[in-house]
Design a binder for this molecule. Sequence first.
Ligand code: CA
Length: 230
Amino acid sequence: MRVLVVEDELRMAALLKRGLEEDGYAIDIAHTGPDALWQAREFPYDAVVLDRMLPGVDGIEVCRQLRADGRWMPVLILTARESVEDRVQGLDAGADDYLTKPFSFAELSARVRALIRRGAGERPSELVVGGLRLDPATRRVWRREVEVELSAKEFSVLELFLRHPDEVLTRTRILEHVWDFAYDGGSNIVDQYVLYLRRKVDRPFELRQLETVRGVGYRLRAEPVRELPE
Ligand code: CA
């Protein structure tokens, strides 16, 4: 197992390297954000231990760029500040775990072990399908570069479609994912919301991406088709 340690403080970097090598990992060190990005693109790491405070590009940005590049190895962020905001930023950037300095090496070692066991899963921070882009963290949506304002429910329905492009989703499935148990209306509500969504993400752009599959449900096409206004 090969682990990249990104830490600008030389003493800390050396300590991490020695400790993790004793655990049996092959360790590479990067001292700056740009070096970390270059190394992570070049070599197949099984995990990255990433200091948040780095000169140049900080740890959060390094993590975000790795995910944007489609690199999904587990990332553990080391942060000097114990703040909720810091953690949220790290997790939103696609980090898997974080540890506040100062920490015990035993804890770092256990967390790295757990992350490597879990392995790399695809967890795109943004969902992009055929010109539609949705950011689950900030709950924002764009068609190409144009931001589209959605209500909370519209957002949830669209997110479900974006997670299953080209798949037919039945009304029941959409209901179960988006509405809670307390909702006891009919599945007509789904038709209603698909209609709202089309008015916002398709029609203004003269496209049809959300389509009806008669008698079954709805499908978000991976590529929209041109549709001139009626
Ligand atoms: Ca640092």
